[in-house]
Design a protein around this ligand. Sequence first.
Ligand SMILES: NC(=O)c1ccc[n+]([C@@H]2O[C@H](COP(=O)([O-])OP(=O)(O)OC[C@H]3O[C@@H](n4cnc5c(N)ncnc54)[C@H](O)[C@@H]3O)[C@@H](O)[C@H]2O)c1
Length: 317
Amino acid sequence: MDSFILVTGGAGFIGSHLVEALLRAGEDVRVLDDFSTGKRENLDGSEALAAANGGSFQLIAGDVRDEFKVRDAVDSAAAVCHLAAVSSVQQSLADPVGADSVTHGGTVNVLRAAVQDEVPRFVLASSCAVYGDAAQLPIAETSTPRPMSPYAESKLAAEEACAAAADAGQITAACLRFFNVYGPRQDPGSEYSGVISRFLDAAAAGAPVTVYGDGGQTRDFVYVGDLVDALVRALQRPLQGVSVLNVGTGTPTSVLELLDRVEGAAGVTLERRMAPARAGDIRESRADPGRSKWVLGWKATTDLAAGLAKTWEWYGR
Ligand SMILES: NC(=O)c1ccc[n+]([C@@H]2O[C@H](COP(=O)([O-])OP(=O)(O)OC[C@H]3O[C@@H](n4cnc5c(N)ncnc54)[C@H](O)[C@@H]3O)[C@@H](O)[C@H]2O)c1
């Protein structure tokens, strides 16, 4: 491997889609993952895909907190896309110190190795969770961050580490604040995986769904294929310093509207069980994607109906 892209967390939901896209484009890809939530089978076929497209694929099992492992994994990388994190808000609430050691500490570790190795580009998976309950909609990157969970605090701290390195001229960084990502391979068992995979899972099992509050709360759902497009652009575009960018569609969807659409995609009617609103649940979330369009030339192109159809197809595979 001469010059490759390192994807940490590459065996996860989003990471495995990114790896596939990079390999299809003929890139050399190395993955570092500890398989805590990611799965080896998400990367099945990666070697064959690499061979078919003139690239290469290498998988390193290891923890982003392990300094030596990280140094080996980063060595000679052309770019790093850092996705590894404790991606569950619930887990960060149950074990804030442990989760922070991965999500923030792991970022510092990978970033430091990248700086030492003079890797030119570092792309961080951040989250719209850093905004908390934003005062204004749509949410622009200029909104004051108001993290409401240890997970969000760790993501903000990870962004700040990237900004500090970029401000010191040590690396060029892009911190992408993902909104609610969905698509094939999302684990419905994880709290953070969100409402779409849980609704589709219920549709597949013929089970009832729980709607918290009045179901009028809105989210900005972005299809994983569109998100990967934003990541690839952030890895390849000429950028300077640090760029903090929203990755969302700009279109809000309420939970009840989503249920209707899931029923439409799956061709079923789901039994709805209403439950009290959850503490800390954000009422409205909608990205202002203007800066990503300007900086990356990126815009989501998969509407919810099309994204749900593709995701449902995966459930029925
Ligand atoms: N899914 C979303 O809607 C969403 C929204 C905002 C941000 N994000 C962020 O995007 C990234 C990817 O999320 P995802 O949804 O694919 O989650 P995921 O849990 O499927 O992926 C995370 C990957 O990181 C790996 N990992 C975790 N801890 C590790 C460690 N200590 N060392 C090495 N690898 C480790 C896991 O095994 C997994 O493969 C995460 O940083 C997450 O916080 C996701």
